[in-house]
Design a protein. Structure first.
Length: 305
């Protein structure tokens, strides 16, 4: 049985050049070897293969049937190795490969899709994959090597992992969404204290910390809880029906339908901070994406009605 361990990459490339040129001398000149060195390497390959690979002719050499069989496999192996090298170079150069991105839900309204669109236009050969989840779970996936970059926030329990390997992106302000006929709909901005008697549409189960509870506590009152709706689209529907009001993070502002009124809050309102998290050895493509994420605020305008 042939000793296939002898067929290393250098030996296969030398064998391929001899086969293509039909000459030990021509292969030696092309590869920078002496003719005697090529002869010795071919002889070693033939011993490993269990028999002759070339017929020695008066002028040059040609493949034997065994040599033809080995050459077919050698070409396939070398082609795969060349393509692997090109793919690795593209990944390390940020020009190809797969970029696995994780993000929390409201970041997927505008920040992440808008940035990924710009990124894809510059890097069409990079395949993008997206995972949505809570910030803590995204960090677990990042640490497990299942994500290349994660967009996370410090809400509600602080920054997962203590902030190691994170890049600050934006501060996510709060707006209030009102039905179009609301008494404060014409105001340029709204004081939360003027909404103390309102019914609030919330998403989280009772007893869990929310930005709403934190904001209202800072304003000196406890919000009057109404219906609890998990999805943003559902919350907007109940507000439009006049069944309550709700707070909307800036990240989700573009999802607010036109029949609602979106107003900034007066004074100091709580904000959540948004970060990009990277592994210890980030891909160049991940670093480029993080840079683009950091530019989002400058190229995005939220225009409260």
């Amino acid at each position: 049985m042939p000793d296939t361990n002898a067929f290393d990459t250098a030996a296969l490339r030398l064998f391929d050049e001899v086969a293509r040129s039909g000459s030990f001398t021509a292969a030696a000149e092309l590869l920078g070897y002496t003719q005697s060195a090529v002869s010795r390497r071919v002889a070693a390959l033939e011993r490993a293969a269990g028999g002759p690979l070339f017929e020695r002719l008066a002028r040059g050499v040609r493949l034997t049937p065994a040599g033809t069989a080995l050459h077919r496999h050698a070409v396939a192996v070398l082609d795969r190795l060349d393509r692997a090298g090109e793919e690795l170079a593209a990944i390390h150069g940020g020009r190809g490969g797969t970029l696995r991105v994780g993000a929390f839900a409201t970041a997927n309204v505008d920040l992440v899709p808008g940035t990924l669109k710009r990124f894809a236009s510059r890097n069409p050969r990079v395949e993008l994959r997206l995972t949505e989840g809570l910030s803590s779970r995204l960090m677990d996936r990042l640490h497990a090597g299942a994500l290349d970059v994660a967009v996370i926030s410090d809400y509600p329990a602080g920054l997962p992992g203590g902030g190691a390997g994170t890049v600050p992106l934006i501060e996510d302000r709060l707006f209030v969404a009102l039905p179009a006929g609301h008494r404060l709909a014409a105001e340029p901005e709204v004081d939360l204290r003027d909404l103390a008697a309102e019914t609030w549409i919330e998403a989280a189960p009772r007893g869990q910390p929310t930005l709403l509870v934190t904001a209202c506590a800072a304003a000196g009152f406890t919000p009057r809880s109404g219906l609890r709706v998990a999805e943003w689209s559902g919350k907007f529907g109940f507000v439009a029906a006049g069944l309550g009001v709700t707070l909307v993070p800036e990240l989700a502002a573009r999802a607010v339908p036109a029949d609602l009124v979106l107003k900034p809050l007066k004074g100091t309102a709580p904000v959540r901070k948004v970060y990009a998290a990277l592994p210890d050895t980030p891909l160049p493509a991940a670093l480029e994406l993080v840079q683009m994420l950091g530019e989002w605020k400058a190229c995005t305008t939220v225009s409260p009605t």
